[in-house]
Ligand binder design. Structure first.
Ligand code: PEP
Ligand code: MG
Length: 575
């Protein structure tokens, strides 16, 4: 290769094509004083009307290509364009400074953009790109110039630009454009969001890529890694063609497995669920074929609010998830605040060891009104789907019994108030402390289900802070002690006659599937994107072989020996 340009992987994929440099002609903006301010005002207005017409057309095109959801980006643009305060500000600039419509408009919009640039919120900062998109179009329309046409380009084109605005992206010739690369932008820019929807590979934030390339250069866009390989040699081309094929085979696999259950070769059905933190995440769960939700972390609902969310606010969020999952299990965890998550509106005294401190259910049992509000909202949502309720950070039966008293009180209150709920709603617990793992069968007798939280179970079993980079090498769920704790939890659940899933990150670890399946885990819950791979793994396995693996692994003395054994097994049985 001649050069390697690094950037951000904004939309996944690998593409090979020839560069089309989308550099725009700088419009000359006249800064001189003008006499006829009325004429400038009417040019400004006409330019705005023309821009609106074009945006409406792009909106229609986008709605046809990508659906109403993505098209609504342009409703936002039109609203910004028609912002009367902004318009008045520009008109004042024309009148007071006696400057041209073009100059006044760019000045006015830059002022807004500078204001946005100082905002901490990444999403709002990215909106400056939308405003500049509108300004560019508006400027061309005031000056009567045509905008570069991106809707018909040669076959296998990689569009390279300083920045691509959402309207540029909407117009891209999708038959011939194979990827785009930009100098600026982040993952949350609208053009990146649209690229992902269009399944168009994109690398953004590459710095000065335009000056490093010329029209017609051959490039490989590795948007899985966020790299652009300039003028690759034959060997590189075949290597990336292979990578591209592997990626698209993976996508095909995902499509094929989407609606399929994970059933092992010997006919054992295993749950493949996903973890979410917000009702919006359900779309990703469905897209990736998640057949349930094994963990909905409700604390984000509490963290994204400036006060405790009311029962109704919580109810709406839980109900929307339950409804969207259409009868598939939705496991909702009660607030897990404390540790590394705090609420701006709730005083948690400074603690020496917050992960071992006043957190999660410990707070809720000391402040039962918090738990009561959440239980009521959850029970009400249970009337709209298959809701399961899960308690975090359990260490004693006493905590379960106290929670159940509150749970039953809530049911009585709802019944008396004539509010609907599902009487059979299950109440389960997270297994994330050794205190529960050691005594799993006793806990299993008092709850409806278990879900192993390996993120915490690993840190508490090994006494290794999960967030401390200095000791991250010690944090390893393959440590024989952690595996022993997992096995004890699974055996205890089954002895007590209940099912057990796993919702910690270990469930999404492709190397761990055989081990966990062999131990008897009933369901895996993970990030949505891991669902297809774990489904595929389960479909390739047989219980007996995996049980034998577990036996071998549990006799190993060290983490390294365990991993070696697991890797050798996976090499043989999982391709
Ligand atoms: C866990 O501890 O494994 C878990 C799933 O919960 P969290 O990561 O939210 O602590
Ligand atoms: Mg946890």
């Amino acid at each position: 290769m001649k050069k390697l340009v690094k950037g951000i992987d904004a939309s996944p994929g690998v593409a090979i094509g020839k560069v089309f440099l989308y550099t725009e002609v700088e419009l000359k903006i006249d800064k001189n004083k003008i006499d006829d301010t009325e004429k400038e005002k009417s040019r400004l207005l006409l330019g705005r009307e023309k821009t609106k017409e074009q945006l409406l057309l792009i909106r229609d095109k986008t709605a046809k290509k990508l659906g109403e959801d993505k098209a609504s980006i342009f409703d936002g643009h039109i609203t910004l364009l028609e912002d009367e305060d902004l318009f008045e500000e520009i008109v004042e600039l024309i009148e007071n400074d006696e400057i041209s419509a073009e100059y006044a408009m760019t000045q006015g919009i830059e002022g807004y953009c500078e204001m946005l640039a100082n905002i901490e919120d990444e999403y709002l900062r990215e909106r400056a790109t939308d405003l500049r998109d509108i300004a560019k179009r508006w400027l061309y329309n005031i000056s009567g110039r045509a905008i570069v046409d991106l809707s018909s380009l040669p076959k296998d084109t990689v569009v390279v630009a300083k920045d691509l605005t959402p309207s540029d992206t909407a117009q891209l010739d999708l038959i011939n454009v194979v990827a785009f690369v930009t100098e600026i932008g982040g993952k949350t820019a609208h053009s990146s969001i649209m690229a992902r929807s269009l399944e168009l590979p994109a690398v953004v934030g590459t710095g000065n890529v335009c000056s490093q390339l010329k029209n017609g250069d051959l490039v490989i866009v590795d948007a899985l890694k966020g790299e652009v390989i300039v003028e690759p040699n034959d060997e590189e081309i075949s290597k990336y063609m292979e990578k591209r094929k592997k990626y698209f085979d993976g996508i095909e696999l995902l499509k094929k497995l989407k609606d399929m259950e994970a059933i092992s070769k010997d006919g054992i059905k295993i749950g493949t669920w996903a973890n979410i933190g917000d009702p919006k995440d359900v779309a990703g769960v469905l897209r990736n074929g998640g057949l349930g939700i094994g963990l909905y972390r409700t604390e984000f609902l509490f963290m994204n609010s400036d006060k405790f969310p009311t029962e109704d606010e919580q109810f709406e969020a839980y109900k929307s998830v339950a409804e969207s999952m259409e009868g598939k299990p939705v496991t909702i965890r009660t607030m897990d605040i404390g540790g590394d998550k705090c609420l701006p509106y709730m005083e948690i005294p400074k603690e020496e060891n917050p992960f071992l401190g006043w957190r999660a259910l410990r707070i809720c049992l000391d402040r039962p009104e918090i738990l009561k509000t959440q239980f009521r909202a959850l029970l009400r949502a249970s009337a709209y789907g298959y809701v399961k309720i899960m308690l975090p950070m359990i260490i004693s039966l006493d905590e379960i019994r106290k929670s159940k008293v509150i749970f039953e009180e809530c049911k009585i209150e709802l019944k008396e108030a004539g509010l609907k709920y599902d009487e059979t709603t299950q109440l389960g617990i997270m297994v994330e402390t050794p205190a529960v793992a050691f005594r799993a069968k006793y806990f299993a007798k008092e709850v409806d289900f278990f879900s192993i939280g390996t993120n915490d179970l690993t840190q508490y079993t090994l006494a290794v802070d999960r967030g401390n980079e200095n000791i991250s090498k010690l944090y390893n769920s393959y440590n024989p002690a952690v595996l022993q704790a997992i096995k004890m939890s699974i055996d205890g659940a089954h002895e007590g006659g209940i099912s057990i899933s796993m919702c910690g990150e270990f469930a999404g670890d492709e190397e761990a599937t055989a081990l966990l399946f062999g131990m008897g885990l009933d369901a895996f819950s993970m990030s949505s994107i891991s669902v297809p791979k774990i489904k595929k793994n389960i479909m390739s396995l047989e219980k007996k072989e995996c049980e034998a693996l577990v036996e071998r692994v549990l006799s190993k003395a060290t983490t390294e020996e365990v991993m070696e054994e697991v890797k050798a097994f996976n090499k043989k049985y999982l391709s």
